[in-house]
Write a protein that binds this ligand. Structure first.
Ligand code: ADP
Length: 410
């Protein structure tokens, strides 16, 4: 009875640790699990007669079974040697680790001290374990004299996400500060009586200030779009959208407002294309961004074609093709990164924010679609989005980072 009470207390303590410190959850689960092993394996018959247990609770559970049930790599180390390594640990470190000195099994300079005799329990970051860019957090906990659990948590993705967030904040601030600094500089100059009094200088400065203010406005609009799209990322758009009609509306808008669009924009719309389940405003934004890029980076006087057609039985392909300079192969994989530009000076001079394709990618992912970028230097670029028709919303089930396909002839 006492043993059961002690074990229950351990399980409760483990649950409390799990609630308070999410990072220690696995260790808490393990300690709880091992306490259960202790009860089921050693509980005396007279204990059971006083408080009958359900059959399932009395089934003995081995340490091996508890550790094997955990998806992340976990090792049980007894007197400095690996006694148990679950499948994930064997996949990461190799099947040979059983019986090895744990410092050889986890061959990493930062791990050696904590894993050695007398090493303290706690967490250590291991950079490069299992791959050059891999980041693994090693948690070591003593569970009984001479017995330690080593839990290896892959932090690569969360670290990369944190890096991307920090870079994004730094880049956004930099992009906003540049036009702001120009505007403040011109205001200060105009404030000087002599420069401000000259009508020609004043008008020239005001027009530059307006250009810079508009640049800030475009950037802020794109930043707001991006955060709205990200906030809705898991809400599947549901309204039926006729892409052919949407293309015609966007083309008419562009022809009204842009001289190059009036001259170069051509449509190639197949008649039998089914509707998609989508968000019409966001799909219009995709078209504006792609056609805007084709006009900016295409060659004046050559066609920019928006084509719409079925792609096999299950997809609809909407593509924008230009006959501009194209994009060199090494840039293609990075084009959908925020603020990535092949030629920053040219992008800025054309009013680009560096966020257009990042916005397109997020919208396409929200629609469970795919983005294809195909380009050949000297020939031109085709950017396509592939969407499932409304009747088949689950054809591309997940929005994953590999939802972008890069096609380069090189
Ligand atoms: P930007 O506002 O700079 O145009 P985007 O995210 O829309 O930002 O595009 C990123 C970069 O990709 C652009 O700066 C440009 O270098 C390149 N790019 C995009 N579309 C094309 C295209 N059709 N032809 C050539 N380069 C392109």
């Amino acid at each position: 009875m006492i043993r059961i009470t002690v074990a229950l207390l351990i399980v409760c303590a483990a649950a409390a640790v799990a609630a308070l410190a999410p990072d220690l959850r696995i260790v808490a689960v393990l300690v709880g699990g091992l306490a259960a092993v202790l009860v089921s394996a050693t509980g005396a018959p007279d204990d059971r007669s006083h408080s009958p247990q359900p059959a399932a609770a009395a089934t003995p559970v081995s340490e091996q079974a508890v550790i094997d049930a955990i998806a992340e790599p976990v090792l049980l180390v007894v007197d400095g040697r690996v006694r148990i390594a679950n499948a994930a640990a064997r996949a990461l470190l190799g099947g040979h680790v059983i019986g090895e000195d744990v410092r050889l099994a986890i061959r990493h300079p930062a791990a050696a001290e904590r894993l050695g005799a007398g090493g303290a329990d706690g967490a250590t970051e291991l950079i490069g374990l299992g791959g050059r860019d891999q980041r693994v957090e090693m948690q070591v906990a003593t569970i009984a004299p001479g017995r330690r659990l080593v839990h290896l948590i892959d932090r690569t993705t969360s670290h990369a996400a944190e890096r991307a967030r920090v870079d994004f904040v730094a880049n956004s601030s930099h992009e906003l500060r540049t036009p702001l600094a120009a505007i403040i500089g011109f205001i200060e100059t105009l404030d000087d009586e002599k420069a401000g009094a000259d009508a020609e200088v004043r008008n020239r400065f005001l027009s530059v200030m307006m250009k810079e203010a508009r640049r800030m406005q475009r950037l802020i609009d794109d930043l707001i779009s991006l955060s709205r799209i990200e906030a809705e990322k898991y809400r599947l758009p549901e309204m039926p959208v006729a892409l052919g009609r949407l293309v015609e509306e966007v083309a008419a808008d562009l022809r009204d407002s842009d001289e190059a669009a009036r001259a170069d924009l051509t449509l190639d719309l197949a008649p039998d294309v089914p509707m998609v389940a989508g968000d019409a405003a966001q799909l219009a934004q995709v078209l504006h961004n792609l056609v805007g890029n084709a006009l900016k980076y295409g060659k004046r006087g050559t066609p920019v074609t928006i084509a719409l057609r079925r792609d096999g039985d299950t997809l609809i392909r909407l593509s924008v093709t230009d006959q501009g300079e194209g994009i060199a192969a090494e840039h293609l994989p990075r084009l959908t990164e925020r603020f990535y530009r092949v030629d920053p000076g040219r992008s800025r001079a054309q009013g680009g924010t560096g966020l257009g394709l990042a916005i397109v990618k997020h919208i396409v992912e929200r629609h469970r679609g795919r983005l294809d970028i195909a380009s050949a230097p000297g020939v031109g670029t085709t950017v396509s989005i592939l969407l499932p028709p409304a009747a088949h919303p689950a054809i591309l089930p997940t929005a994953a980072p590999d939802a972008v396909t890069i096609v380069s002839p090189n």
